[in-house]
Design a protein around this ligand. Structure first.
Ligand code: PMP
Length: 396
């Protein structure tokens, strides 16, 4: 019997990264492939206390259904934090709590995309977002980037010559996969352009708070006067991903559509998760916790980049991230990062080949390295192993 699936299933396949992660699960593999936070920083003892407290104080409500928009005190915490990081006047009414920011990406596709519509994104861009959008059968146009993110002249060319652009998806802070950040001038120009063309923007910002050095930059959301920017935030990288809590912040007419699709998707985010994370923020200082995370990741970034400098062969380019979780390596154009990865696995070290971050394909000479998840000694050892493999390929 031939089962007939919806046409939207044609282009969908499992994330290559998730498949790859299965191969890197062996304990002897030093993996720079995932984008996982450091588990030793999770506030386990604090959350043990908090979960008891939440159940003791109002267990019945914590275990009950609740509103689609989310737990009010948590939405207030989120709005306050957003206002303290960028100059915004966000209130809880501008916030919808989602199941991770990943759900916000899926909802963006559902809210904005008809088959054949055009999505603009950075080239390369976050695979999980591209896969989420793919279910809605869009075309992707990759906007060229340089070391400072999306190139505005290229964006303008595309905006002025392309029909059916329905949304622009961007990660301006410590991008996944490249670790790059857009400087202020580009943000200003970007806002000018989207206001001219009136295209909705998905600003995905899981890493912005993890800045190790340099000045904080304003979010696109804080610069948006026309209500075109839909901001996606998450607790995954500043707290922990296991609660699966993120949020969407958007102007009322847009947010309402997101609320409608959330009702159809899962009614609401977990009541007890929301109450526990909110209680953590009542009792503890989340900013202090973020500082702890940053101090560990900064050391790991330094170790990784220093060891790369010492052991990688000449002729490779890589980004110097001022925050976030990733650096991005460009190989000479004749080399294929996937082929090299096979050799790396024989040597018990892993990265993510970059090809799948380009929605229209064709670029095989990049890979992404994560530095947040491995302890210091393994970073040094793993990069040495990787450097040795790369040397073999570079001399061939
Ligand atoms: N956006 C980007 C750019 C990401 O890197 C990730 C996670 N790796 C997500 C969204 C989704 O994160 P979460 O659902 O845990 O909030």
């Amino acid at each position: 019997m031939a089962i007939k699936f919806a046409s939207r299933m044609k282009g969908l396949k499992g994330s290559e990264i998730r498949e790859l992660l299965k191969l890197t699960e062996k304990p002897e593999v030093i993996s720079f492939a995932g984008g996982l936070p450091a588990p030793e920083l999770f506030p386990i003892e604090e959350m043990k206390k908090i979960s008891t407290l939440v159940l003791e104080e109002d267990g019945a409500s914590a275990l009950q259904y609740s509103t689609t928009e989310g737990f009010e005190p948590l939405r207030e915490h989120i709005a306050d934090r957003m206002n303290s990081k960028s100059k915004t006047n966000i209130t809880k009414d501008d916030i919808l709590v989602t199941n991770g920011s990943q759900q916000g990406l899926d909802f963006a596709g559902k809210v904005f995309l008809d088959e054949g519509d055009v999505v603009l994104c950075e080239s390369p861009s976050y695979l999980g977002a591209l896969n989420a959008f793919k279910a809605y059968l869009p075309k992707f146009i990759e906007v060229p980037t340089d070391n400072n993110g999306m190139i505005m002249e290229e964006l303008e060319k595309i905006l002025s010559t392309t029909e059916r652009i329905k949304m622009i998806y961007v990660i301006p802070d410590f991008q996944n996969p490249t670790g790059r950040t857009w400087p202020l001038e580009r943000r200003k120009k970007f806002i000018e352009l989207i206001e001219k063309y009136e295209i909705p923007v998905i600003e995905d910002n899981p890493y912005g708070e993890l800045r190790f050095e340099g000045d904080n930059l304003p979010s696109l959301k804080s610069m948006d006067k026309k209500g075109l920017v839909i901001y996606l935030g998450t607790f995954s990288k500043i707290f922990c991903p296991g609660y699966r809590l993120g949020w969407t912040c958007a102007s009322p007419a847009i947010l309402q559509k997101f609320v409608f699709v959330k009702q159809g998707s899962d009614l609401q985010a977990s009541t007890i998760s929301q109450r526990e994370v909110s209680k953590f923020m009542d009792i503890y200082d989340l900013d202090e916790h973020v500082e702890k995370i940053k101090s560990v990741y900064r050391v790991r970034r330094d170790l990784m980049l220093q060891t790369m400098k010492e052991t990688f062969p000449e002729g490779l380019e890589y980004t110097y991230p001022e925050g976030g979780l990733f650096t991005w390596v460009e190989l000479p154009s004749h080399l294929d990062a996937k082929e090299i990865m096979a050799k790396c696995l024989e040597n018990d070290v892993a990265y993510v080949p970059g090809a799948s971050f380009f929605p229209n394909g064709g670029k095989t000479n990049h890979f992404r390295l994560n530095y947040s998840n491995m302890p210091d000694d393994k970073i040094v050892e793993g990069i040495k192993r990787l450097g040795a493999v790369l040397k073999e390929f570079m001399v061939e």
